[in-house]
Design a protein around this ligand. Sequence first.
Ligand SMILES: C[S@@+](CC[C@H](N)C(=O)[O-])C[C@H]1O[C@@H](n2cnc3c(N)ncnc32)[C@H](O)[C@@H]1O
Length: 329
Amino acid sequence: MAKKKKKKKVLGKNLPEKFLERTEIIVGKSKFEMVRKTFVDKPTTFRVNTLKSSIEEVQRLLAEKGFKVKQVPWLKGAYILQNRSKRELTTADFYLEGKIYVQSLASMVPPLVLDPQPGEKVLDLTAAPGSKTSQMAGMMQKKGELVANDLNKVRFFRLKANMELLGVDIPADDWEFSLRMEDGSALAQEYPEYFDKVLLDVPCSGEARFIEGYPKSYGYWSEKKIKNLEYRQHKILMAGWSALAPGGYLVYSTCTMAPEENEMRISKLLERVGEHAKVVEVKVSGLKTLSPIMHWRERDLHPDVAKTLRILPTMEVEGFYTAKIQKLA
Ligand SMILES: C[S@@+](CC[C@H](N)C(=O)[O-])C[C@H]1O[C@@H](n2cnc3c(N)ncnc32)[C@H](O)[C@@H]1O
């Protein structure tokens, strides 16, 4: 019998109506039109990989090859490309040698907020392709212990290749780096209350990466998809929490606007762990923000959710969400 052909979903050309409706509620009527215009391709942004180079060397190489850049005001060694294409940058020798790493600006925020230090024990539970793992290895100056994990095989091998290119996995004194390909909950069980810092950059509906007129970026979006992600995110959050040592810090982040994946996840964690958690107020000077959502779908959220960070999407920065929580001893 002939196999029935699977019907291919026809992707709508415009951003989904329901998504726009929700966005208007989330950002407020006054900012909605401005935010709507930000669903475009962002400029190419990158940071210096201090494990292989220095700010001085990269600035010299950029100038020699005629690349003009603008310094990101809130992060030293991070730049916005001004005069050339991404392709030109990613074919330059210094890119191919791993001296710089192309990364969206908002994606650089969670490591900045977690602030891993040399000598600490750090877990990146959902790490591939390793943008934040490599940023954190640089911040730790390759001193201490860093475990980078990702469940997805294809993405895991991209993570591995990136860690090789960027010099994260080259052995060094006092540096213990391990790559793992496990479900986050299983991995966390091996490390009960072990890490000083835990990064949970969880899988999400990616709304902040939607590009108007590019249906592949949003054609599969639905509220049902958000619902399905909530449980996965909750499990990863509880796993990361269990691997965090008393006194340690956890950062949770997503690249989506959906409150179900952001404030509601943190609110639920706070309800679960009660007085054992302290939300640390997150502020990045120079970064534009929105007020966190405190009420969604007939529910009031935990008052400490107000201390978390919702980044305002602009023409240069995506709308990320970041929360920092300390496990009290
Ligand atoms: C937003 S991406 C991480 C991006 C990464 N932090 C970076 O900056 O390069 C989320 C990752 O979580 C992984 N993931 C999803 N469910 C997981 C699970 N249960 N355990 C471990 N990793 C998981 C996905 O494969 C995906 O690579």
